[in-house]
Design a binder for this molecule. Structure first.
Ligand code: ADP
Ligand code: MG
Length: 700
């Protein structure tokens, strides 16, 4: 009979009710299983002993043999600290206790060899070690030492309550004794032999008590693989179920709209990436399953025409299509852009936003329901109850990070059967992350910019160089260019940020006076109509400078604007900086991005600025962003569950992730219900995991 791993942790030898409470509240360890899955952060070499004379100021944790020769008490602001003088044959140092002083004094044997272990500090010209782990040398010699002793995650509270790393190691040992270290296998024989994986029990043993470096590496590989494998299995299964259950509208043919446009009205040659993506979409739309596709493409990569041509496929099959954008300005731009593209095609396109008049709305509602209207473009207004389609076949969402998942599903309900969905985003998500988070969406990537684009010259300038920057602005305006000046507005309500914006605006107005210069200003506190008016003046080229907050971040297209100045650039995140820069470089002219900052820069800000000036590759920038902020932050807390990995790391272990995905896919393609006898273990493990883990609750 093996030990049931769901046994509450209280029952384990060496734990007891108090420690169990702490383990639960501090580390989320409720059961034996949870404890086994408490994986070490790192490993320490406990076979190495330092001499005091060898200590360096940057030494981390060290182990030293020596004697305590005496104690003194030192008064400090609050209470006192106990200082022990510790020496070996090369020098002396101090041991320091802020708590538990009486117990230390009573139990320490003076002038007796001890082994101490802990972090060292350099203070007042001597090394000291606060709250060292202490062991009599005579006892120490009886224990086996390993060159790789596990260091477990801990918290201050645990440390204060005496649950040191040694205690955790000890109870982990008890767990292995009690279970005899035998654990149920969770991967199939064929995977284990094919990938030469360690069996589960060996892997668990070696990750907690590594016998040597090689076994440790193999143990880690096996456990990371397993973790990622089951997540991928879940994501792919969900996608398969979705496809088999949810019938889409098959767009059987590519018809006149598409073909005429493609043959006669294409305004430019498509890039290879655009062609590939259109093919991928075509394949989805032609199949019986509902499409659920994410289209990633950097700013300016040409997603709009892909969207338009997908819509034509819907129209060719007698369906309607819609395109939803997060802001009024963007919707208007899409509306104008699509109208231009469809000029010769006899298609009816309308725009619906918050500021559409009642009359217009009524018109739209009517023509939508009777089928006269082919394409509807707009903001959230599209989601209103009253907006009913005759037969919506394709819904496209631009810049999806602005829309919640709930809103996405509202679009579904507009039909008896859900329309095909294409989500477009310009926020490049590193492929590995997309794979683990959006595994249920199919992904298309436009990884190529239209030809002839000049790289945007990006520089970093300190505020003290403002005069030079102003001179540069004047020169560019002289050449007929337009300029954005963007201020951070981190919080909509921040009065200070608005003051910065208005101060900046006023100083620009002083430098660039009327009537020679015309300046637009757009910010979140303005009425939509005023914003629109100011924006339009800039779009039409009536104003030369656009002073704005980040409301212009998304999608706006003014090809003649060739300079982007970002004020207080150190306050923006990388993704935002990249988006903002993407507003320029859309025309034929050399474009510039100037990042203005003060001299005070954090380490992270420096990395962000350096990254921006070094590269314009959205995926590379996204990778840096991911490293700086961590995956949870990037995807939002809502989705962070899936990234709550116990041992693997989506960034560092992307090769293993790729492997895991490959094998999960392969297994499911031959056996989608996991019914083959050789997949029994996988099915069982998968079921158990879905029952116990909430990490499977990822985005809908
Ligand atoms: P985004 O992906 O940022 O939405 P857009 O669709 O707005 O990009 O395209 C940016 C600009 O590039 C537009 O002016 C568009 O007309 C142009 N464009 C798109 N595809 C091509 C192409 N294959 N060749 C030349 N220009 C293109
Ligand atoms: Mg766009």
């Amino acid at each position: 009979m093996s030990v049931n791993l769901q046994t509450p942790i209280d029952y384990l030898k060496g734990v007891g009710p108090n420690r169990a409470d702490l383990l639960r509240s501090e580390l989320g360890i409720h059961t034996y299983q949870d404890l086994i899955n408490l994986f070490p952060n790192r490993y320490l070499d406990r076979t190495k002993y330092y001499k005091i004379s060898e200590l360096q100021r940057n030494s981390a944790e060290v182990q030293i043999v020596g004697k305590i020769t005496g104690f003194k008490e030192v008064a400090q602001k609050r209470g006192k600290r106990l200082v022990g003088k510790f020496q070996d044959d090369t020098g002396t140092m101090e041991l320091v206790w802020f708590r538990g002083q009486k117990w230390i004094r009573d139990s320490i044997k003076l002038n007796t060899p001890y082994v101490i272990f802990g972090k060292i500090n350099w203070y007042n010209g001597v090394f000291n070690m606060p709250h060292p782990e202490l062991e009599l040398l005579s006892e120490h010699k009886q224990n086996l030492r390993s060159s790789m002793q596990a260091v477990y995650p801990s918290t201050e509270k645990l440390a204060n309550k005496g649950i040191t790393n040694r205690v955790i190691s000890k109870i982990m040992q008890n767990l292995f004794l009690e279970t005899k270290g035998r654990f149920v296998e969770t991967l199939s024989d064929s995977l284990i032999s094919e990938l030469k994986l360690l069996p589960k029990s060996d892997a668990l043993f070696n990750v907690h008590f590594p016998k040597n470096q090689e076994l440790l590496s193999r143990a880690e590989f096996r456990l990371k693989f397993e973790e990622l494998f089951y997540i991928q299995l879940q994501l792919i299964l969900k996608n398969l179920i979705h496809k088999s259950k949810i019938k889409g509208f098959p767009f059987e043919s590519v018809g006149d709209y598409f073909n005429t446009f493609y043959k006669d009205h294409l305004p430019f040659d498509l890039t290879n990436a655009q062609k590939r993506v259109i093919k991928e979409i075509r394949q989805d739309l032609g199949s019986n399953a509902q499409m659920n596709r994410l289209l990633q493409g950097d700013v300016g990569s040409g997603k709009t025409i892909v969207a338009f041509m997908s819509m034509l496929m819907a129209l060719d099959n007698g369906f309607q299509a819609c395109l939803m954008a997060p802001t009024e300005i963007l919707s208007v731009q899409h509306y104008q852009g699509l109208q231009e593209l469809s000029n010769n095609l006899n298609i009816s396109i309308k725009l619906l936003t918050g500021s559409s008049t009642t009359l217009k709305r009524r018109e739209i509602h009517e023509s939508l329901e009777n089928g006269d209207l082919n394409i509807l473009i707009g903001t959230h207004a599209l989601l209103e109850e009253k907006v009913k389609f005759k037969n919506l076949g394709l819904a496209i969402i631009d810049e999806q990070h602005r829309f919640g998942v709930a809103q996405r599903s509202k679009l579904w309900k507009k039909n008896t059967s859900p329309p095909h969905i294409l989500v477009m985003t310009a926020t490049p998500i590193p492929r590995t992350l997309a794979m683990s988070v959006y595994g249920d969406l199919d992904i298309s990537i436009i990884d190529e910019l239209p030809p002839g684009r000049q790289a945007i010259k990006t520089v970093h300038r300190f505020d003290t160089n403002r005069l030079k920057v102003m001179r540069f602005m004047r020169d560019e305006i002289e050449k007929g260019r337009q300029i954005y000046v963007v201020y951070p507005l981190i919080q909509e309500s921040s009065a200070l940020d608005y003051k910065d914006l208005m101060d900046g605006y006023e100083s620009i107005v002083r430098e660039f006076p009327l009537p020679k210069y015309q300046i637009s200003i757009v910010h979140g506190k303005m009425k939509p109509a005023d914003k629109e008016y100011e924006m339009q003046r800039f779009v039409k080229g009536e104003t030369q400078i656009m002073v704005a907050t980040t409301v212009i971040e998304v999608g706006v297209n003014v090809p003649n604007a060739s300079v982007m100045i970002i004020e207080s650039a150190e306050r923006f995140g990388l993704a935002q900086l990249h988006q903002l820069r993407g507003r320029v470089g859309r025309g034929a002219e050399q474009s510039y991005c100037i990042l203005m900052t003060s001299y005070k820069l954090s380490q992270d800000s420096k990395i962000r600025l350096e990254t921006m000036t070094r590269t314009s590759d959205g995926f590379e920038i996204a990778e840096v962003d991911l490293k700086l902020r961590g995956p949870g932050d990037i995807m939002g807390t809502q989705q962070s569950g899936v990234l709550n990995l116990k041992i693997a790391d989506v960034i560092k272990d992307k090769d293993i992730l790729q492997d895991a995905r490959f094998h999960a896919k392969r297994i499911l393609s031959s056996d989608p219900s996991l019914g083959f006898p050789e997949h029994k273990i996988i099915l069982q493990t998968y079921r158990a995991l879905s029952k116990y883990k909430n990490i499977w609750n990822y985005i809908s």
